[in-house]
Design a protein around this ligand. Sequence first.
Ligand code: BYC
Length: 315
Amino acid sequence: MEEKNLLERFEAYVAANKKIEPKDWMPDDYRKTLIRQISQHAHSEIVGMLPEGNWITRAPSLQRKAILLAKVQDEAGHGLYLYSACETLGVERDDTLEDLHSGKAKYSSIFNYPTVSWADIGAIGWLVDGAAIMNQVPLCKCSYGPYARAMVRVCKEESFHQRQGFQIMLTMAKGTPEQKAMAQDALNRWWWPSLMMFGPTDDNSPNSAKSMKWKIKLFSNDELRQRFIDMTVPQAEVLGLTIPDPDLKWNEERGHYDFGEINWEEFYNVIKGNGPCNKQRVETRRNAYDKGAWVREAAIAHAEKREARRKEAAA
Ligand code: BYC
């Protein structure tokens, strides 16, 4: 079929909310956009394990440690689904990881901030996973089949993560004055970076127009950020904590909260690699990859032996 007809058929398919599958024809730019977004998303999952991993040995009880371990393990699993989804688009996982290790690939800005107290683990679950759910539930309905299907399970697990974070915050906010102060301090530090997770404003989002046309993104960065704020303010009230934004105010006319100016200079600085922990995060991932080489080699040798035995038995 001619390129023009293929494109028309593709666009009609997307318009009819049908899923595009790996072997279907797709425009080059659609493929590239998906590879960019899904690989960044995969990197975010495995880099996202690091700030929380920092607290596994210091969790305040055995139960909290078991829950945190399970959460961090879930994130490794999310990374695996997403790297696999990315491979369906024709890229090699090792090349994708090399882009992360060389600093070429982006991952979510949020994971470049340090976790300095146990309350940060609560704030990450409540705010960061809360923001992740807001952004990812629509992705369950995106136009690319493997990405949409991976997101279904990811979102179910993220909602458990969000609740465990809120529960930590609730315990601390209702605890001693010192514990409540720790929870408030964590909220003060994580609030603005959580709003940045949704990406630049719609006016400054170069990828949005195409991604929305192709139903990779179903809602804009600003729409999702606003929804997150509207959902989270009442939760902060339940906790008895104050969101660190003097301009935050319910706007009856709009039916939404108005909020203060986000520090976009900080955001762009972090995504350029100059956040508080960027270098440490990439270095830790690179070391983990190098140290894990023997595991990958052993797994390949094992798979080859099994395959050889299977062939021998079949002969
Ligand atoms: N951080 O045109 P735009 C998780 C980049 S994992 C860094 O709006 P797009 C979790 C953007 O890539 C959370 N970079 O882009 C894990 C683009 O640069 P390039 C991750 C950002 O793609 C473990 C440029 O800025 N979630 O939740 O249309 C534990 C212009 O932006 C960020 C996902 O990855 C950022 N925050 O929209 C706990 C979800 N924002 O690539 C939790 C899937 C923007 O042109 N991704 N940039 O060089 C998306 O939904 C979209 O990619 C985004 C950005 C909304 C993030």
